[in-house]
Design a binder for this molecule. Structure first.
Ligand code: MRU
Length: 362
């Protein structure tokens, strides 16, 4: 299959500094921030300058690289100790996406494996961060290929009309090191057959669908239709959606998948309306240390994300607010999980176990 590319690039390592596209400003302004310290990286992750599970991991790894650059030339053992503490601090920046821990742990393993003083920790950490970045791009390509085959199959059932795909949040280049997870699948399918109608759910409260996903489709010259989150059930009921696909922030050993708030209701509605519901995620999003979705920590974010839109209050003063940023879709609602190693379905415990037994990560 041809290499699929995106015109959007959210992160660049350049001359020992990290440039990140400030996603808080999109789609109005395209501005890169220059990050020089790991503390700035933590702030960028917490404040969602960068977001999306794989991209959070990549950014965290580059945060370790910045710490290694700053500490370069210090006593070797002290630098090693300090980097280990830095890694633990970076891992706390957001709780749900497991890719953050996965990426930092890969860097920490490399650091801990160094014995003797003749190794340059700076070079080791930068090399690993770049590898995590490039490796994610490859994973996205493979997910794209596997997922596009599924969409092609669904499209073959009605060759003379459009195939309609619904997605939520942003799972594209702005969320990964490559073309994206769910977004990458749609992009790949579209490049192979433009007879696809794409629906993007707006994704309240932070509007990643409205602000970021529509931006990415427009940047890539692809038409997409924005819908309120509350309209998705109606469209499914009316037979206007053939396929739902989302990303994931953490997948438990039994296939239960945490993703952006609102995903669970899409999955339930898809089942009710006999519409296939797929999750696309790299193996770095799986957390085999937990049995099921109940164990996934769900981030609660600040009230202002709900009470305000573009700085303007939209509700009565003093109202109580809940703002969980993610929800968990039980595996029984998931038709298949598209990974870079193939599509998992059926008995997820077995399928996930077998996949990890066959694949050597790292
Ligand atoms: O809060 P966000 O914007 O970081 O949430 C992102 C999502 O929920 C994505 O769907 C998920 O990270 C998968 S992205 C490849």
């Amino acid at each position: 299959m041809q290499q699929i590319t995106s015109k959007v690039n959210p992160i660049i390592w350049k001359e020992d500094k990290l440039l990140v596209l400030d996603q808080r400003l999109l789609p109005y302004e395209k501005k890169y921030l220059e990050l020089k310290t790991y503390k700035e990286v933590i702030h960028a992750i917490k404040d969602m300058v960068v977001r999306g599970a794989p991209l959070i991991g990549i950014t965290a790894a580059y945060g370790m690289a910045l710490a290694a650059v700053v500490g370069n030339g210090r006593d070797h053992s002290l630098q090693q100790e300090s980097l280990i503490a830095t890694g633990e601090e970076i891992k706390q920046s957001r709780p749900t996406a497991i890719n953050l821990k996965w990426a930092v742990d890969l860097v920490l393993n490399d650091i801990s494996a160094v014995t003797g003083h003749d190794h340059d920790l700076r070079d080791i950490v930068i090399k690993r961060a770049k590898w995590i970045h490039e490796d994610d791009a490859m994973r996205c390509q493979r997910m794209g290929e596997y997922g596009a085959k599924i969409i092609k199959q669904i499209a073959s059932a009605h060759p003379h009309t459009f195939t309609s795909v619904l997605t939520i949040c942003n799972t594209g280049a702005l969320a990964t090191g490559g073309i994206g997870t769910a977004f990458g699948v749609i992009l790949t399918a579209y490049r192979n057959n433009p007879n696809i109608k794409i629906y993007a759910a707006e994704t309240r409260p932070r509007q990643q669908g409205a602000r970021l996903t529509t931006f990415e489709f427009v940047e890539n010259d692809i038409e997409c239709t924005l819908v309120p989150d509350t309209a998705c059930g109606h469209l499914m009921q009316k037979g206007e959606i053939d396929f739902v696909i989302t990303g994931a922030d953490r997948i438990a050993s039994n296939g239960d998948s945490a993703n952006k708030i609102g995903t669970y209701q899409l999955a339930v509605l898809a089942k009710e309306n006999n519409i296939p519901f797929y999750v696309a995620a790299p193996l770095s999003t799986f957390d085999l240390s937990i049995k099921c979705g109940d164990e996934i920590p769900i981030e609660e974010r600040e009230e202002e994300e709900v009470t305000h839109i573009n700085g303007k209050q939209i509700c009565a003063n003093g109202v109580k607010v809940r703002n969980p940023a993610f929800d968990v879709t039980p595996h029984k609602y998931i038709t298949g999980i598209i990974t870079e190693a193939g599509v998992l379905s059926g008995n997820y415990v077995e399928a996930i176990k077998n996949t990890f037994n066959q694949i050597v990560l790292v």
